[in-house]
Ligand binder design. Structure first.
Ligand SMILES: [Zn+2]
Length: 240
């Protein structure tokens, strides 16, 4: 008799310092995560379009989830992020779901006792392919874990420009530690594209290069990035 993997075994409530503001102006500062199973000491939550056991087994096979859970634990440990609880939430790709446009999220709750890693990539290529995105998300989590960034609800979107600047710091640090990362050229390109879009009419190419030089590999704080944004005439997206 196989143990069903899709049953909800626990409902975990997480709270955040920065709430998500809905279109109606409602502030949501908690998130309920439905845990489906425990694997390798990690709580696993599935967000499927088609909620059947068979579909789950074909989309996220047990061995794949085991290796992903192990990898997540190892990466967080390497980064000295040691929460009492790690939750891995795996989303089935669907154009209809809100988070599907991003590769992942890594919110840390207000109490800093739970790190939630959300991955939305599919088809499911386990063992390879997820290593880079996990390192990346784990770095976002580390900065929150160590209070350089606030514990924001996972639906909070601080703005692409803020992420683009944060990425200079993240990938520069990963590079200096010899870990998988996006290149400086890729991140500079990203920042230039984003700044061009959010500051139309301003010539910010040179400024993007300066910022890349300044921030690459350096620990930054949310406050610092907001100040840089303010100098550029940028405000964070609503709610912050
Ligand atoms: Zn990122």
């Amino acid at each position: 008799m196989m143990v069903p993997r899709i049953d909800v075994v626990e409902e975990l409530e997480l709270s955040y310092e920065i709430p998500y503001l809905t279109g109606k102006g409602e502030a949501i500062d908690t998130l309920t995560v439905r845990i489906n199973e425990q694997r390798q000491g990690v709580s696993i939550s599935y967000a499927l379009v088609d909620c059947t056991e068979q579909h789950l087994n074909s989309l996220f096979p047990s061995e794949g989830v085991d290796s992903l859970a192990q990898m997540t634990k190892r990466i967080l440990r390497d980064l000295e992020v040691k929460p009492p609880r790690i939750v891995l939430q795996l989303w089935e790709y669907s154009p209809a779901t809100g988070l599907s446009s991003v590769e992942g999220r890594a919110p840390v709750n207000k109490q800093r006792d739970t790190v939630l890693i959300i991955l939305t990539k599919t088809p499911f290529v386990y063992r390879f392919g997820h290593e880079m995105v996990l390192w990346h998300q784990a770095m976002h989590a580390k900065d929150r874990w160590e209070y350089r960034f606030p514990a924001a609800h996972p639906m909070v979107d601080a703005g692409e420009w803020l992420d683009a600047l944060w990425h200079f710091s993240i990938d520069g640090r990963l590079q200096s530690w010899g870990k998988p990362h996006y290149s400086r050229a890729e991140r500079l390109e990203e920042a230039k594209t984003v700044l061009q879009r959010v500051c139309p009419g301003k010539e910010l190419q040179a400024r993007a290069e300066e910022l890349c030089h300044e921030l690459w590999g350096k620990e930054v704080t949310f406050t610092q990035l907001l100040e840089i944004g303010r100098d550029l005439g940028l405000e964070p997206a609503s709610g912050l």
